[in-house]
Design a binder for this molecule. Structure first.
Ligand code: 6MZ
Length: 363
């Protein structure tokens, strides 16, 4: 796995609350256990469990959300998640999260996102760029928060971070619309798009469609969790919507593959997540191989690095050994992801340069 550390990487499908370190979750659980809010020993067992069905994963998210409830904790986990990705040479991270409202602690969707932005500002292990270069961040900060390129004479690592706001499938049309309006308001601080996620057995496409349509009309990028369970009607409707990317695509039928391929919609592939949740029975039959062979646009991603105990290096390592990819192919796969990021052309240009200068390691 070490050898994939030197390859710059782009992460386009990472859920904030799914990417929290186990050690942080355990620490938070211990505190809530001491306060008598939860039973620590029960929770410890759930956090450390290895294999989970898709159903159990969503139960775990409900628990994680209890642990990460307040603003301070959201700020902390955001900082940690960004620094963890940066430490494995992720040079561009599109981090997604569901803005949450919790009246009992005075949390609004906006204040939740402010806490996320505080977390981005708090990153200090690397240089971070999370705002578009022409942004006017208004009351979020007085000057652009991009740190200088050097530290102690050595060039510091840099990570670009852009945000996607997730609509949870449990939400109503109004709640989804509120998230889209918030995303529009937060464009100056690096929100670039909308994700539709959450338990795939819950909710109807028609509920989210008006908000997603509005988002697209306003110029936000859209990525959809699509086909995590068999649901031909929804898959067709999602593909007809022409999102800029989709995630997973596990339970597609022949017709749906044909449509996806003819539309050339890039797919965010999360190998470990799909295997752990048994959405795909084994790597041998995973659709990565076919999509890769026909040169369909795809991006390797972690999904929930904490929940599935993985990392982006880990995902590249699995792809390399399961599908016989060498250093050059892995480098190319990582580099191709640049073309599917939702950031502006300036960022893409810089990322291409980062990859080009890393190409010498292939010699
Ligand atoms: C669908 C998923 C997911 O938003 O609270 N989420 N939705 N399929 C998946 N594959 C296993 N993994 C994560 O991060 C956690 C939330 O992301 C969505 C779920 O809605 C989960 O509650 P945030 O930061």
């Amino acid at each position: 796995m070490e050898q994939w550390l030197s390859v710059p990487k782009v992460e386009l499908h990472a859920h904030l609350n799914g990417s929290v370190r186990d050690s942080t979750l355990l620490e938070l659980a211990r505190v809530l256990g001491e306060k008598g809010v939860i039973d620590f020993s029960d929770v410890e067992h759930v956090i450390m469990k290895d294999d989970r069905s898709l159903h159990e994963v969503f139960k775990l998210f409900d628990l994680i959300h209890i642990l990460t409830t307040d603003h301070k904790i959201i700020t902390r986990i955001t900082k940690e998640v960004v620094e963890d990705f940066a430490s494995e040479n992720v040079v561009y991270l599109e981090l997604r999260t569901t803005p949450k409202k919790n009246d009992s602690i005075g949390m609004t969707k906006r204040s939740y996102m402010e806490a996320v932005v505080e977390g981005l500002k708090a990153v200090n292990a690397v240089d971070i760029n999370f705002m578009p270069h022409d942004a006017d961040a208004g009351d979020f900060m007085d000057s652009q928060h991009i740190k200088s390129g050097t530290c102690n004479g050595a060039t510091r690592k840099k990570i670009y971070v852009r945000l996607l706001l997730s609509i949870d499938r449990r939400e109503t049309t109004e709640a989804a619309m509120e998230t889209v309006k918030l995303a529009l308001e937060l464009r100056p601080i690096g929100v670039v798009g909308i994700d539709l996620s959450g338990n795939p057995i819950v909710g109807e496409w028609s509920t989210f469609f008006p908000a997603l349509k509005f988002a697209r009309e306003q110029g936000l990028y859209i990525t959809l969790h699509c086909g995590e369970i068999p649901n031909p009607k929804e898959i067709q409707a999602m593909l007809d919507f022409l999102p800029q990317r989709i995630g997973h695509a596990c339970c597609f039928e022949e017709e749906e593959w044909k449509k996806l391929k003819s539309l050339k919609i890039p797919v965010e592939i999360c190998l470990t997540s799909n295997i752990r949740t048994d959405t795909i029975s084994s790597l041998d039959v995973h659709h990565f191989a076919n999509l890769y062979n026909v040169k369909h646009p795809l991006i390797l991603c972690t999904d929930d690095a904490g929940v599935f105990s993985t990392s982006l290096c880990g995902e590249y390592s699995i792809a390399a050994s399961a599908y016989g990819l060498g250093r050059r192919e892995i480098y190319q796969l990582a580099k191709d992801a640049v073309e599917f990021v939702f950031a502006d052309d300036e960022v893409k240009k810089d990322l291409r340069e980062i990859f080009n200068s890393a190409a010498k390691m292939l010699d």
